[in-house]
Design a binder for this molecule. Sequence first.
Ligand code: ATP
Ligand code: MG
Length: 387
Amino acid sequence: MKGLYLIRYGEISLKGENRPFFEKTLINNIKKVLRDRFLQVFKTHGRVFIEAEGDEDDILKDLSRVFGIVSISPVVETGLTLEELQKAGLKAIKDYGTYEGKTFKVETRRPNKSFPYTSPEISRLVGAHILKNTRNLTVDINNPDILINVEVREKGYVYCKMIDGPRGLPIGVSGKAFLMLSGGIDSPVAGWMVMKRGVEIECVYYHSFPFTSDRAREKVRDLCKILASYCNEIILHTVHFTDVLKELQKKTPESYLTILMRRMMVRITEKIAETRKGMGIITGESIGQVASQTLYSLNATNSVADLPIFRPLIGFDKEEIIQKAIQIGTYDVSIRPYEDCCTVFVPRHPKTRPILERVEAVESGLDIDRLTTIALKNIETEKIMSN
Ligand code: ATP
Ligand code: MG
């Protein structure tokens, strides 16, 4: 079924000279998500209309994941006679879903002044037609449940459904960053929050087979698939980390393992980012959430990277992160039980205050460059598409 969708976008319009670039990126992202259901795009009066073919609910669901979109309305397009506007109004309310028992109001805008009725007249006449042809629907002009919008332009446009978009900025307008994706609850949420600011992300996962099972890796792939549903596809780099881990375990005191492991991960992620135009690293850390996320640890982690490390969850508590994970759809996958290497190797008494000088002293017995090279030689890169 062919349909027309009005796309409202917010922050883009604030961005002055960048506006054409932002709009172009938004439209491209919409095309990517809709794939062969996309038919065409119209831009009029600072608004974007998309024509698409396919199930309306599916299209709305997919569009509601495109960053930059504030809201979407399926629109009934119609000719410019009163009868056609009335018919379109009735169709819009019937497409709305369950309208029985609700109140409504018609609101009209008429930029096309050649149309022979005024806006209040149109609202009244369309409203009367709807009332006559429906049951159990009443008018409330102050606080209606359903607002039916009629627009009289070069054609007539009628709509009453409004589906929320995720807001934010279109992915691709703000550069690229590398998400350290673990399979837990936090890092996918962290990635999503940065994506929302228009940043393209690639994911890096540290896999330590056989300490972490292949099912843990599958879980990370599934998380990528969910993140990809917000941008169509995501690149995942799986770093085979077992050799590095074993050497850390063998040559350093157990209590330093977590921080040393994190520092290695950041170093390697930065190297990958450098070759692929990455401008930042993202993690799911938040202050004090676990023993290894004190300011001491965060400092000791930061000091190995020149790229900025973004931690969008820094001030969130666990419950807030869980709510967000549920909302964006990653939670159910994240709570699958397969262990992450950080969990498997968690020291019995981790350093909660890993002072940088001490960490560096412990690390001085290791050949960091060699370990980094080993890991960099052991990376698999794949593209993960949304369903
Ligand atoms: P998450 O829920 O994201 O796993 P967490 O609360 O378990 O976070 P930690 O285990 O301390 O926290 O990890 C902190 C951050 O380090 C993670 O949010 C993630 O960004 C990164 N990280 C941890 N383990 C891995 C891994 N195996 N691969 C990639 N990144 C990792
Ligand atoms: Mg974790």
